[in-house]
Every structure is written in structure tokens, then in C-alpha cells.
Design a protein around this ligand. Structure first.
Ligand code: CS2
Ligand code: MG
Length: 403
């Protein structure tokens, strides 16, 4: 079998997605996700101009060799654009391989290790009681794990704190990113109050999670971890900017609060200190940003040795294709932890046909051969790319800050 053609499809059924479609000379095809939120066209060009021309004529079964060809061969290793491009190609190749074997992808990854994939969904609100009501509502919908965020009194609504939905904040049609304001001293005392109230409302038989979104320093994060210990959170996510892996040593010295990190990581080298020193409990990499199924497996296999569990990033900007690949990996690996799941709109499901399914807090990969997701190209063409950026954050004095 040979790779005959590679198409790059950029569409925006509510938000932008970059999809690669690999077509073989034997008529089989596979699709992969290369979406990097706010930088979509860079990946599209990387794929179209620098990857596709090199792969024509290659054997699509050589998933590992093609991964290494793109990783080592480019000389310029790692980085979100390169790794998302590699990820897109890798997903499409695994799709083809599993279709050729006439098996769902998870069978090629070792088969099922579990019956279903636990997810967490998000709840936000303008105040703590609104969040508590939202958590109760999700509990009634079957969720066993819920992420809770609340708006900060005295600050305009900001991304991820719950005042606006993530989706609203992300689909920002202006040319320049929306600017938000952050103040740590207003946030730190609020979060323990939030979880005290939420525990009162829903009790202890539910996993509660919180995302700090990289906004603290290590010692501030250590303080927050200690303050949250009485409420037994499943995890505290991205407490500090993640490029300084050693920073997590400080957090670890002070608190037993489990830590989750990795949504901005794209290679095993972003995570290896965190994993091998057991500084985190959950690795939040995802198939699209970490080099596809092949890249994800490398990270999770290392993590398994160090008692670190998986927690694939799964917001809407991870396309339904990458979500499908995540679910196949989730169901197969021994060290699965949890899967983030924001769900998709009807328009997105019209463009991306999915064999995976969601029901009352759990996902299933489906039994279709391949990874089970395909793109309707004609419909995708009706939703052209729209320029959109994530917000940026400043402190109250106007200086830029991490978010
Ligand atoms: C968030 C994401 O899912 C999460 O935990 O942190 O919404 C993240 O901000 C976006 O994926 C950025 O594109
Ligand atoms: Mg996050």
C-alpha cells in the first residue's frame, strides 16, 4: 500500500479545525486532527507545504518510521506546530492501519483494559451558589467527575473562571485577542470557599477538579494546594506555567493535593522531569498536540512506570477526530486516569461523523474499524476558516501575565 494523496482541510463549524486526509492507492483513507487553537493556518501550511509532498509514495503502515521521519528528519524538533502536524499525520496513518486490519484502533494498542472511559465536564458560574447548582445538575446527568470554576468578585469575567463559557471566550471574532485582567490575591482565598460549598452541596462520592490555568507562582500554588486539602480534590490542574518543570518540586514539598499538568505540552521531553521525579499525578497531553497516537503512547508508557495516570486534554478545540483517538488510547492503556470532555455542537457533529459515543459521564470508542471518525468534506467547505484568538491576560497594573 502507498500514500497517493494528502489533503489539508481547514473548516470552522463554530470554531476552527485543521484536518488532514491521507488517501492510499488501495482506496483506504484515514483522517487526523492538526488543530492548534489560534494558530491553525500555521499547521495547515506546515502540513501542505512541508509534510504532504515528502510522504507521497510512502508505505502508510510504517507509522513509527514516518513519525521518526517527521520528528528527526525536520532537524527542528518539537514545538506545538510541528507536533500537531506530526499528530495529524500519525492519527490518519493509525486510522488506515486499523481499517486495513478491520479492527477498531484500540485492538492494535493492546485491546481493552476497561469497559468504559470516565470523563469530567466543566461547571462555572458568576457566584459560588450558581456553581454548586451546576455541579448538582451535572451529577444528576450521571457525571462522576466535575470541574468547578467561579468568577472572581471585583474582576471582569475572565476565561475559565466560569462567568463566560470557554466556547464563548474562545470564539472571538476580533482580529486582536480579547484582553482580560487577573489578580491572584482575589482568587486565592475564593477557591477553598468554592469547594467547601460544593462539597456541602454534593457530598464526597464525586470527583471534584479545579483548573488554575497556569496563573500562580510555585509558592502560591503550594498555598492553594494546602488550603484545598480538606476538600479532597481529584486534582488541581496547571497550577503554574509548565515550562519550568522544576517549579513543581516546590508545590510537591508542601501539599498532598494531586496535580495535573500537560495540556500545552507537545513531547515527552516536556514531561519527563515531572514524570520521573513523580512531581505530578496526571499527564494531560492529548493526541493532537503530543504527536498523535504514537506520541501519546510514548508519554503514557513512561508515566505508567512512575504511577502517573493519563488525563487527555479534551476541550472543544481538540477536534472530534483527536477525541476519538484519545478514547481508543484511554480504553487500552493500563494507567488511564480520566478524560476531559466538553462535547461538541450539532454543527460540529454534522461535519465530523463519530463512531465514539457519550452516555451519562462515560465514553465508548465504538467498534468501527479505524479510529471511527471521518470528515464530510462537502459540509466542511461550507464553514470556511474564521480568524479567532484566545484572550490574553494582564495584571491590574497593565503588565502581561500567564494564563
Ligand atoms: C482548558 C482549555 O480544557 C482545559 O482545561 O485549559 O480550555 C484550554 O484553555 C484551551 O484548550 C486552549 O485552547
Ligand atoms: Mg486546563
Amino acid at each position: 500500500m502507498k500514500i497517493k494523496d494528502i489533503k489539508v482541510i481547514v473548516c470552522s463549524p463554530g470554531r476552527n479545525f485543521v484536518t488532514v486526509k491521507i488517501i492510499t492507492d488501495e482506496g483506504l483513507h484515514g483522517v487526523g486532527d492538526g488543530t492548534v487553537n489560534g494558530r491553525e493556518l500555521a499547521v495547515a501550511s506546515y502540513l501542505e507545504d512541508h509534510v504532504a509532498p515528502c510522504l507521497i509514495g510512502m508505505d502508510p503502515m510504517r507509522t513509527e518510521d514516518i513519525w521518526q521521519y517527521l520528528y528527526k528528519g525536520a532537524y527542528w524538533r518539537r514545538g506545538p506546530i510541528t507536533m500537531a502536524a506530526i499528530g495529524a499525520i500519525d492519527m490518519a496513518l493509525w486510522d488506515i492501519k486499523a481499517k486495513a486490519a478491520n479492527m477498531p484502533l484500540y485492538q492494535l494498542l493492546g485491546g481493552r483494559s476497561r469497559d468504559k472511559v470516565m470523563v469530567y465536564k466543566h461547571v462555572g458560574g458568576l457566584d459560588i451558589s450558581e456553581v454548586a447548582e451546576g455541579v448538582i445538575a451535572l451529577r444528576e446527568q450521571g457525571l462522576d467527575a466535575i470541574r468547578a470554576q467561579v468568577a472572581i468578585p471585583g474582576l471582569p469575567p475572565i476565561y475559565g473562571t466560569g462567568a463566560s463559557t470557554d466556547q464563548d471566550a474562545l470564539i472571538n471574532k476580533r482580529v486582536a485577542p480579547h484582553e482580560e485582567v487577573w489578580a491572584t490575591h482575589k482568587y486565592l482565598p475564593l477557591v477553598p470557599k468554592l469547594f467547601e460549598k460544593v462539597r456541602d452541596a454534593v457530598g464526597w462520592d464525586v470527583h471534584l477538579l479545579h483548573d488554575v490555568h497556569h496563573r500562580l507562582t510555585p509558592i502560591e500554588a503550594a498555598r492553594l494546594g494546602k488550603d484545598l486539602e480538606p476538600f479532597r480534590l481529584f486534582w488541581l490542574e496547571d497550577p503554574i506555567p509548565a515550562e519550568l518543570q522544576e517549579g513543581f518540586r516546590i508545590i510537591r514539598q508542601h501539599t498532598t493535593q494531586p496535580i495535573a499538568v500537560g495540556e500545552v505540552f507537545n513531547s515527552i521531553y516536556d514531561t519527563h522531569t515531572l514524570i520521573t521525579e513523580q512531581l505530578i499525578d496526571y499527564a494531560r497531553v492529548t493526541s493532537v498536540h503530543a504527536g498523535g497516537v504514537t506520541g501519546l503512547k510514548k508519554i503514557f508508557d513512561l508515566a505508567a512506570i512512575y504511577h502517573v495516570r493519563s488525563a487527555c486534554h479534551g476541550p472543544q478545540d481538540v477536534s472530534p477526530i483527536a477525541m476519538g483517538c484519545n478514547i481508543h488510547v484511554d480504553v487500552a492503556i493500563p494507567n488511564f486516569g480520566i478524560q476531559e470532555f466538553s462535547g461538541y455542537t450539532e454543527a460540529m457533529h454534522d461535519v465530523f461523523k463519530c463512531a465514539w459515543s457519550y452516555d451519562r459521564g462515560y465514553l465508548q470508542p465504538g467498534e468501527q474499524a479505524g479510529h471511527g471518525v471521518d470528515i464530510d468534506e462537502a459540509l466542511a467547505a461550507k464553514h470556511p476558516y474564521q480568524q479567532a484568538y484566545l484572550p490574553i491576560a494582564r495584571l491590574q497594573d497593565g503588565s502581561m501575565t500567564s494564563w
